[in-house]
Design a protein around this ligand. Structure first.
Ligand code: COA
Length: 190
């Protein structure tokens, strides 16, 4: 892979943290592991995600395998051999140069320890090395923790607004994006 990176707006300000975590990239054969942590996320923070626990608990093995093999890349944060967080990056159909950041979640007992910072960085690195020019996400207007996280990392509001699907259309979201600067890269999406 050859990739020449330009300047990024990503804010790197967690150098004093002492988190010892690794970030795994599960394959479709790891679908049960992904299912487990994703259902934990949906049960814990239902208003942070468009899909519901009931919808995804009903997914078949084929659904999980498809999700993990369809151009998106999921990252799982591991601390002390336990899966403690996840996030997914995927190219946006509505904007080919933009990577979407989806499904960010950190287990309650592992929060405020830099895990989300590491997961965002994993998506940004993946997006940059796959030639995307920006990373974008949607966050609920009431989700002050997540807004603070993205703000701290340099994700700025784009002006885009949306709501969760019915019956949770009362939960409003806004879009934020991070410019990756000029990135010239010949890699295809992993
Ligand atoms: C939002 C979430 C992912 C943050 O994960 P985390 O691992 O605790 O975040 P980090 O420890 O990496 O925190 C990084 C920064 O985010 C901000 N932040 C995180 N949690 C915060 C909180 N509860 N209140 C205010 N700011 C917070 C802070 O700026 C923090 O930096 P600091 O610790 O130096 O102040 C986590 O709370 C979570 O999973 N929430 C439920 C699901 C969710 O809301 N997902 C986001 C969907 S868009």
């Amino acid at each position: 892979m050859s990739c020449t990176e330009g300047r990024s707006n990503l804010v790197e300000n967690d150098q004093e943290r002492t988190v010892t975590m690794r970030v795994d990239r599960p394959t479709e054969d790891d679908w049960q592991r992904v299912r487990s942590i994703r259902l934990r996320a949906l049960a814990d923070a239902p208003d942070a995600f468009a899909r519901t626990f009931a919808e995804e608990a009903a997914f078949a093995e084929a659904d999980w395998r498809k999700r993990l093999s369809s151009g998106s890349t999921t990252f799982i944060a591991v601390e002390d051999d336990a899966d403690v967080g996840m996030v997914t990056g995927a190219g946006r159909r509505d904007n080919p140069g933009t990577a979407g950041l989806y499904g960010m979640w950190v287990a309650p007992g592992n929060r405020r320890n830099g895990v989300a910072l590491g997961l965002v960085r994993a998506v940004v690195d993946w997006a940059r090395s796959n030639g995307f020019s920006e990373v974008a996400l949607h966050v609920a207007d009431q989700n002050s923790a997540a807004i603070q996280l993205y703000e701290q990392m340099g994700f700025a509001p784009t002006g885009g607004i949306s709501t969760l699907p019915p019956p949770r259309e009362h939960i409003t979201e806004h879009e934020r994006s991070l410019s990756l600067g000029e990135t010239i890269c010949d890699a295809t999406i992993a």
